[in-house]
Design a binder for this molecule. Structure first.
Ligand code: SF4
Ligand code: MSK
Length: 642
């Protein structure tokens, strides 16, 4: 019998693991255990299958004398593999951004089921991108904005428009290192070219192209996804909701959306409220239709509509195992192929929707922007029609849920910190300068069965807020902390005196939910606004801030880590990149990178130690800025800052 306590700290997940075990269901944790011992060459990053002279591997006990067939050493191999992870992660985020721009263009040109919701943001974007606004309709403006965004993908030379949002000094560092991104697609393609057999054999040169592609993601593809989503679906505002498997209601039809792109999930919100479908649900004996989300698409509709979240990445199988999910609809990214097998053990209808992401064994209802509402209604109807097919003996939904507040953005989050709706970041900067707030940390990223689910997110987060560090979160990290009650104002009880004072004055939680994975771009623009406000240096590298992904698993997290570190922010990862067998690459990531960009990586699996690495770093930055000591006695005092 598996030791469940090592698998998760989330009571709902533990309960469902036990139920799944009783039913003989294999989950992600079982398969993870079966992988042990994991391949040492893969873990160290020293296997290469780029060409068919191989596959090759480096002898980790004698790396100096070990080479691949072509002569590639451990550093070349590891750098190439890591760069390819960045390419894949950047491609995923950026293709999402491209799809969002396509939806905006279709809406502008042909109308249809979507609306241009945030016209203020549309006009601001238009001005930024050089699109004429005077005397033009919102549709004309939107069409040009969409085309400008497309141009960012295909551009062959020059610089990305949104990269120019960064502070001037940060941009200068990128130009000096030769990594200012030119075009989003171009940087990804160039990684694939450079890392093919017999091209770039300089590990640092390979990693620098990795940086350029990652910057094209964070300050390009992901930023486009965020900005256009706000224009189309509305900019989020602070909103209350609930989280965890207990949001699934045994008395209603339950439809779970899982994946990433709000084009699908947002329209499903409308369809789930369609009076015809609600009436149909009632005619089947259900009390109504409940919509809930998993992973980042959940964050998208949570922020804009307050739709509850059923869980984070590792709960996707467990949600189906409750026996009360009538349909799960998926689009792209983080969707485990295992869902087909799990859904096959229950009445759940599993529906794929993207031509890019089919699941053999699942139903495919192709989603197109042109027939968005019709398709969404079809999907909701499938869930409703399936309600009566539940097997009562398999219904084991845990009654576990927590309240949360979400929906903070670059535009609204930090203005609230002064207790007034002022269009300035001054109150935030002043709180840091005065020593009421130590600094800020972004905790982001996934769950990974190699780490006790949610544990590292929670431990790290509590340690930081205890030390007066404001935490901002996205993705599955935000969901983890929401489940533990940290995303509600009452969580101020876990904070140091300074942060507690701010939370009390403003009524915000000490942990702010900033959205989905692509919304890490919001963190970049928040930091840029802090620099622009003044008093805390003139580049992102000067700020008393850090980033972390304590339970990461996705290639997207590698891209995020790279654009955050290359933007000047210390980035601490709970699992190391697969480069431990490559000493030069490891040194570049953890030391040399900082000289060029002001940011670098640290790898630490203990979340408390990781928190202290970040607190020490924040204190060093405070000292370099000449800021006052912290206002209130601190539970943790960094040696470096004394
Ligand atoms: Fe081996 Fe070199 Fe081919 Fe990689 S590129 S598989 S190291 S021969
Ligand atoms: S969903 S990328 S598991 S955060 Fe964005 Fe969660 Fe990581 Fe997927």
């Amino acid at each position: 019998m598996a030791d469940f306590e090592k698998r998760s700290v989330d009571p709902a997940s533990l309960r469902m693991m036990s139920e799944a075990g009783k039913a003989g269901l294999r989950t992600v944790w079982d398969r993870s255990d079966e992988m042990e011992p994991r391949c040492g060459f893969g873990t160290l990053g020293v296997c290469c299958r780029i060409c068919m002279m191989g596959p090759c591997r480096i002898n980790p006990f004698d790396p100096e004398n070990s080479k691949g067939v072509c002569g590639a050493d451990a550093d070349i191999i590891a750098a190439r593999n890591l760069a390819r992870m960045i390419a894949a992660g950047s491609a995923a985020h950026s293709d999402h951004g491209r799809d969002t721009a396509y939806t905006l263009l279709q809406t502008a040109r042909h109308g249809g089921d979507y609306r241009i919701t945030d016209q203020v943001k549309l006009r601001a974007l238009a001005v930024e991108l050089g699109v004429a606004v005077e005397g033009r309709t919102k549709e004309q403006i939107a069409a040009d904005v969409a085309e400008r965004c497309f141009a960012e993908f295909g551009q062959q030379h020059g610089e990305l428009n949104f990269a120019r949002r960064a502070p001037k000094k940060t941009q200068e560092a990128w130009r000096k290192a030769g990594v200012m991104p030119r075009g989003i697609d171009r940087e990804i393609v160039e990684i694939m070219h450079r890392t093919t057999m017999g091209v770039d054999s300089d590990p640092e040169n390979i990693l620098l192209q990795g940086v350029r592609a990652a910057l094209a993601d964070g300050w390009g593809g992901s930023m486009i996804a965020t900005e256009i989503s706000d224009v189309l679906f509305g900019s989020p505002k602070p909103i209350r909701s609930k989280v965890n498997l207990g949001v699934l209601n045994p008395r209603t039809v339950n439809l779970v959306v899982h994946g990433h792109e709000p084009t699908l999930s947002d329209i499903i919100v409308s369809a789930a409220n369609d009076p015809e479908l609600v009436a149909l649900a009632r005619s089947k004996g259900a009390e109504g239709i409940s919509l809930a989300g998993i992973c980042c698409t959940a964050n998208e509709i949570l922020m804009r509509h307050g739709i509850p979240i059923a869980g984070n990445h590792l709960q996707q199988e467990l949600a189906i195992a409750t026996g009360i999910v009538d349909a799960m609809v998926v689009d792209v990214q983080c969707v485990m192929p295992s869902l087909v097998e799990v859904a096959g053990c229950f009445h759940t209808r599993l529906i794929s929707t993207s031509p890019k992401a089919k699941l053999p064994g699942a139903e495919h209802v192709e989603f197109t922007e042109e027939k968005a509402y019709e398709t969404a209604k079809k999907i909701v109807r499938i869930a409703v029609e399936n309600f009566l097919n539940r097997s009562p003996e398999k219904m084991v939904a845990p009654d576990v849920r927590e309240r949360m507040v979400a929906g903070f953005t670059t535009e609204n989050a930090f203005r609230l910190l002064g207790g007034k709706y002022r269009s300035t970041y001054r109150p935030l900067n002043d709180a840091i300068i005065a020593g009421r707030l130590r600094g800020a940390v972004g905790i982001v990223g996934c769950n990974n069965p190699r780490v006790t689910q949610d544990w590292a997110h929670l431990e790290m987060c509590r340690e930081l807020i205890k030390n007066d560090v404001l935490v901002v979160e996205t993705g599955c990290s935000a969901i983890a902390c929401a489940k533990a009650g940290l995303l509600q104002p009452e969580a101020k009880k876990y904070c140091g005196a300074g942060l507690q004072e701010i939370c009390e004055a403003v009524g915000i939680p000490p942990v702010l939910h900033l959205g989905s994975c692509v919304d890490n771009s919001r963190i970049l623009t928040v930091l840029t606004n802090i620099v622009a406000e003044g008093g805390l240096g003139d580049s992102l590298a000067d700020l008393p801030v850090a980033g972390a992904a304590p339970e990461w698993m996705s290639e997207k997290a590698v891209a995020i880590g790279f654009y955050v570190a290359a933007s000047g922010v210390l980035t601490v990862l709970g699992l190391p990149f697969p480069v431990e067998g490559a000493p030069r690459v490891m040194k570049w990531l953890t030391e040399d990178m900082e000289k060029r960009f002001g940011g670098k990586f640290a790898f630490e699996s203990d979340p408390i130690k990781a928190a202290h690495i970040m607190i020490d770093h924040i204190d060093r930055k405070r000292k370099a800025l000449g800021l006052r000591p912290m206002m209130y006695p601190q539970p943790y005092k960094a040696a470096a800052a004394d």
